[in-house]
Design a binder for this molecule. Structure first.
Ligand SMILES: [Cu+2]
Length: 151
């Protein structure tokens, strides 16, 4: 590995294996509940030790702008996550609803009715270790899903 700089090799971002977080990995590859997220490549982007992490809502993927970007992340407890609408791909929302998913999400919340406006943001501070499994209600069937591991 001469010349290896130690990053994850994924566009310069550090990553951790999805196998270490099976609840997230299962949710993003699951096809019994919604589609599989085609932007998920088996790794979580390592965004630990940041006060705020921003995730795009309506980024490229799943056949259109029907993805969260990045869809799989690892953060530290106490991080504020900001979901930031791109304005692309139609109307989206962010819903962590264990009853409608695989039941493994440690968090339950909803940004409310789907909206397209690029002015939209939704914020949650994730204080407890665990996982957030979430999806976009209008695009669950095509794989617009996300997963956050918190440690
Ligand atoms: Cu959507």
């Amino acid at each position: 590995m001469a010349g290896c700089t130690g990053d994850g090799g994924d566009g310069g971002q550090d990553t951790v294996p999805g196998n270490d977080f099976p609840a997230v990995d299962d949710w993003l590859t699951e096809t019994d509940v919604g589609g599989a997220d085609d932007t998920y490549e088996g790794t979580l982007v390592d965004l630990r030790d940041q006060d705020t992490v921003t995730i795009g809502v309506g980024t490229e993927g799943n056949g259109d702008d029907f993805a969260f970007g990045p869809s799989a992340v690892l953060v530290s407890a106490g991080t504020e996550v900001v979901w930031d609408w791109t304005g692309d791909g139609g109307r989206h929302n962010v819903e962590a609803e264990p009853d409608d998913q695989l039941g493994e999400s440690d968090y339950e919340f909803s940004s409310g009715e789907p909206t397209q406006s690029a002015d939209t943001e939704y914020r949650r501070t994730l204080d407890e270790a665990g996982v957030v499994l979430y999806h976009c209600e209008p695009h669950l069937s095509v794989g617009m899903k996300g997963g956050i591991a918190i440690e």
